[in-house]
Ligand binder design. Structure first.
Ligand SMILES: Cc1cc2nc3c(=O)[nH]c(=O)nc-3n(C[C@H](O)[C@H](O)[C@H](O)COP(=O)(O)O)c2cc1C
Length: 254
């Protein structure tokens, strides 16, 4: 089975999505991954880039496509219009991408792929991070606990990407260390070296799911041949059932 997997710039459900991708690959599913510009930044911050390269290792139908390298027409999406894939899966899907999709906008790698899938009669499975109005608990990438930090700067020295800087808080007339997330690759070396346990990986935060985003998610159900799921793990059931039937049918034919 061949699928296109779209990753957009959401931290929420990101690790869970990777978990499902890895499990499906173990079951022989070929995954071509498309990554939005924000998706690339966020995957890096959460330290998942290496995993991504091992899931889509740039062989035939297992290509890894970054929007940064294919900014405009993204010819790879032509495979979707030609119906070459069994499914297009998008998870995690940001509120931004969902808003564009439900309004028929196709001006990014992922929104274009979803549009081409629709035109090519390819089934879509979309997992929006904003499912219903309310509050969700999500995890941040790396951050620094200012109360525990002693400004020893060991983290700054060990960081190969200059992602940790010293800053000054005018209000409290106090220096503090800060992680510049756009430079962070989530390697965790700062956490390893910190003697004061001041580096936090995956701090939990509560986020509001806004009315507008929940409303857009509902509109996804109007797209042809599209299933909207709350949790990436639900993808396993759909695909593995289909994979089993596919194998059985082929077996009977021979
Ligand atoms: C660390 C981090 C985590 C983010 N998590 C989310 C998220 O969970 N949901 C969301 O809708 N946007 C999230 N964003 C914001 C999106 O990346 C931003 O809206 C971006 O424009 C989305 O572009 P895309 O839809 O093309 O990927 C996050 C940004 C950062 C830096």
């Amino acid at each position: 089975m061949k699928v296109v997997w779209c990753i957009t710039g959401a931290g929420h459900l990101l690790r869970e999505s990777f978990d499902v991708m890895k499990k499906l690959k173990e079951h022989g599913v070929k995954i071509t991954t498309l990554v939005s510009r924000a998706g690339e930044e966020v995957v890096k911050m959460y330290g998942l880039m290496e995993e991504l390269y091992s899931i889509s290792n740039n062989t035939y139908y297992e290509e890894l496509i970054f929007e940064r390298e294919h900014p405009y027409s993204a010819p790879i999406t032509g495979r979707l219009s030609l119906g070459k894939y069994d499914y297009l899966i998008s998870t995690p899907t940001t509120g931004n991408t969902v808003a564009k999709v439900v309004n028929g906008i196709a001006d990014t790698l992922v929104t274009n792929a979803i549009a081409q899938a629709g035109k090519g009669f390819v089934k879509c499975i979309i997992v929006p991070v904003d499912y219903v109005e309310g509050v969700v608990t999500t995890r941040l990438p790396f951050s620094i606990n200012r109360e525990k930090c002693t400004l020893c700067k060991a983290c700054m020295e060990v960081c190969e990407n200059d992602a940790i800087v010293e800053n000054f808080d005018e209000t409290f007339s106090k220096s503090f260390m800060e992680i510049i997330l756009s430079k962070c690759i989530g390697c965790g070396k700062c956490k390893e070296i910190c003697q004061y346990d001041a580096i936090i990986e995956g701090k939990e935060i509560k986020m509001r799911v806004r009315k507008v985003d929940a409303k857009n998610t509902k509109k996804l159900n109007d797209l042809e041949d599209t299933v909207v799921l709350k949790n990436p793990y639900e993808i396993m059931d759909i695909l593995l059932k289909r994979q089993k039937n596919y194998k059985l049918t082929n077996f009977k034919r021979h």
